[in-house]
Write a protein that binds this ligand. Structure first.
Ligand code: FAD
Ligand code: FES
Length: 258
């Protein structure tokens, strides 16, 4: 983990209020596991806390990486105004990322994402596909305007989409696809998104092979402040619990209380 200045290569709004930001810098050499994150200092001096954003793609050859985020409050709105040549102060790569060593060519992986939980699954899907793992994606979005990266993910495997209002693909929760996998039996399930989606994935599949990416509000991002605690299953004291920034963000479903 290092603190570094990365250069903005390009920034594009790829769906309503969703931005794809390509960054360049030596720090990319340290990136490897899918779903590690960058802790980003918001340019300007007013906002003290860094903002955690997952790494959506690693392009080691060009020393570039991509983050994809939705503008929520002041921090992400300021970041969305950056253009080519601007710089960004980042800390990273942080967190453990999804494990993929246990999968081999021919195994099946199910990737489940909701809204802004979809981006970190892109680097995961890319790495699984390169290993010869069969990948199926199930993604939920609010509506048609917020759907992104369908074509990009379909290069690696089937993409099932559901929208809350039915304005694109199937109407309703993405979890409806869990019963429609046409004989595809996952050897591992990787989920990222709202807690309800993570809980549904851990109920539907064996929790010992289901990996959940947790999102908690963060301050330091490096394990010092205990601001991002997540309850460990069968923990006996508060100090026994996990810190999402250093012990996660990825946990096996059987390890945590949602
Ligand atoms: P504000 O609401 O003004 O933020 C105020 C404070 O609350 C800030 O300190 C901010 O960091 C914190 N905060 C607000 N919402 C969240 C949140 N959901 N999680 C953590 N802290 C929050 N969003 C994306 O769009 N794409 C991603 O790839 C992504 N990856 C993430 C990975 C991790 C490990 C975590 C913990 C969060 C991730 N988020 C992601 C959520 C993102 O961090 C927040 O949307 C962002 O910090 C909001 O900042 P803001 O200043 O725009 O909003
Ligand atoms: Fe400080 Fe995780 S954000 S311990």
């Amino acid at each position: 983990m290092s603190q570094a200045i990365m250069k903005v290569v390009k920034q594009v709004e790829i769906a309503k209020d969703i931005y794809e930001l390509r960054l360049k810098g030596d720090l990319v050499k340290e990136m490897g596991a899918p779903d590690q994150f960058l802790h980003i200092r918001v340019p300007g001096n007013d906002l003290l806390l860094r903002r955690p954003i997952s790494i959506a793609e690693i392009d080691a050859e060009n020393e570039e990486c991509v983050i994809i985020y939705r503008t929520e409050g002041d921090g992400t709105k300021i970041i969305s105004q950056l253009t080519e040549g601007d710089t960004l102060d980042v800390l990273g790569p942080l967190g453990n990322g999804y494990p993929i060593d246990m999968l081999k060519a021919g195994d099946n992986a199910l990737l489940v994402g909701g809204g802004i939980g979809v981006p970190p699954l892109y680097e995961l899907s890319k790495q699984l596909h390169a290993k010869g793992v069969n990948v199926v994606h199930c993604f939920g979005f609010k509506n048609k305007d917020e759907v992104f990266y369908e074509k990009e993910f379909s290069a690696f495997g089937k993409v099932n989409i559901a929208t809350d209002d039915g304005s694109y693909a199937k109407k309703g929760f993405v979890t409806q696809y869990f019963d429609e996998l046409d004989g595809f039996v996952p050897d591992a399930v990787f989920a990222c998104g709202p807690k309800g989606l993570l809980a549904a994935a851990s109920r539907a599949f064996d929790p010992s092979i289901t990996y959940l990416s947790m999102e908690e509000r963060m301050a330091c991002g490096i394990g010092a402040c205990y601001g991002c605690v997540c309850e460990k299953k069968n923990s006996t004291s508060a100090s026994d619990n996990y810190r999402v920034c250093v012990d996660g963000p990825v946990f096996r479903a059987e390890e945590i209380v949602l």
